[in-house]
Design a protein around this ligand. Structure first.
Ligand SMILES: *Cc1c(COP(=O)(O)O)cnc(C)c1O
Length: 230
C-alpha cells in the first residue's frame, strides 16, 4: 500500500472514534512526509530535536508537530517557537524550561505538554511514575506557569506480543489519566489526551481508551537506520 493509502486507511479506522493519528516520521525523508501531507494529514511526530528542526524548515507550516522522544533541557530552545505539543515531558525541570522558552518567544498559543508515564516492565530510562506526575502538578512552580498547558499523558508499552501484558500497561496509563483528571483537571477540558499505541499494538490501545496513536512503520514502512548514528 502507498503512504496515501495508509493515511486513508487510518482515517477510516479512526473515523467514528475520538482518537487521532500522529504519523511518526523519524528517519523518513521529507518526500515521504509530503505524500502523507498531500493525502490531507497534518499531525506528525518526531523523536529527535535536530531531525524535527530540519524537517520543520522544509515542510508546510500548517503541520502540527508533536515531539515524542526524550527532550534535553538545553534543546528546548530549538523547538519552542513552533512546536505544537511535547508529549515527552518527564520532569518539572524540563517543564520549567519549556514554559520559560515559550514566554521568551512570545507565543500566542501555549505549548501543549503531555506527561510521559513509565508503564513498560523494562527499567526504561524515561517517564515518571504516576506519583511523580502528581507531585509535579501539585508544585507551586507548575501553578505559576502561563505559557504551557497540560493536555494529557503519554506512555510507551513494552515491546512484546503478549496481549494481556499490553492491555495491563495501557490500563495502567488510563488509570493514571483518570486519577490526575479527577484530582487536578475536573473542570479543565484541556486535559483529555491518552497517547498510547504504535504500529504493532494500536488496535489494543484504541480498545483501552487511547486518544492519540503514534504510528510510524505502519504508514511509512520500515525505518533504515544505516546512515544515522542510531
Ligand atoms: C518510533 C516511535 C513510534 C512509532 O513506532 P512504530 O512501531 O514505527 O509505529 C511511536 N512512539 C514513539 C515514542 C516512537 O519513538
Amino acid at each position: 500500500m502507498s503512504i496515501k493509502d495508509n493515511i486513508l486507511y487510518f482515517d477510516e479506522q479512526l473515523r467514528d472514534t475520538s482518537c487521532r493519528l500522529v504519523a511518526v516520521t523519524k528517519t523518513h525523508p521529507v518526500e515521504k512526509i509530503k505524500e502523507a501531507y498531500d493525502a490531507g494529514h497534518r499531525l506528525f511526530g518526531e523523536n529527535r530535536v535536530q531531525e524535527l528542526v530540519e524537517k520543520y524548515a522544509l515542510l508546510p507550516h500548517d503541520i502540527a508537530w508533536h515531539l515524542i522522544g526524550h527532550l534535553q533541557t538545553n534543546k528546548v530552545k530549538y523547538i519552542a517557537e513552533f512546536i505544537d505539543t511535547i508529549q515527552s515531558v518527564d520532569s518539572l525541570k524540563l517543564l520549567v524550561e519549556i514554559n520559560r522558552r515559550a514566554e521568551m518567544y512570545g507565543r500566542t498559543l501555549p505549548i501543549n505538554c503531555m506527561l510521559q508515564i513509565a508503564i513498560a516492565d523494562e527499567e526504561t530510562k524515561y517517564g515518571m511514575s504516576c506519583e511523580e506526575a502528581e507531585a509535579l502538578l501539585q508544585s507551586e512552580e507548575y501553578r505559576q506557569m502561563n505559557y504551557i498547558r497540560i493536555t494529557g499523558v503519554m506512555g510507551i508499552a513494552t515491546n512484546t506480543d503478549n496481549e494481556q501484558q499490553l492491555r495491563e500497561e495501557f490500563r495502567q496509563l488510563r488509570g493514571c489519566f483518570d486519577y490526575l483528571k479527577a484530582k487536578f483537571f475536573r473542570a479543565n477540558d484541556d486535559f483529555k489526551e491518552i497517547s498510547m499505541g504504535m504500529t504493532s499494538d494500536w488496535q489494543l490501545a484504541l480498545e483501552e481508551g487511547s486518544t492519540i496513536i503514534r504510528v510510524g512503520s505502519g504508514i511509512f514502512g520500515q525505518r533504515d537506520y544505516s546512515n544515522t548514528s542510531r
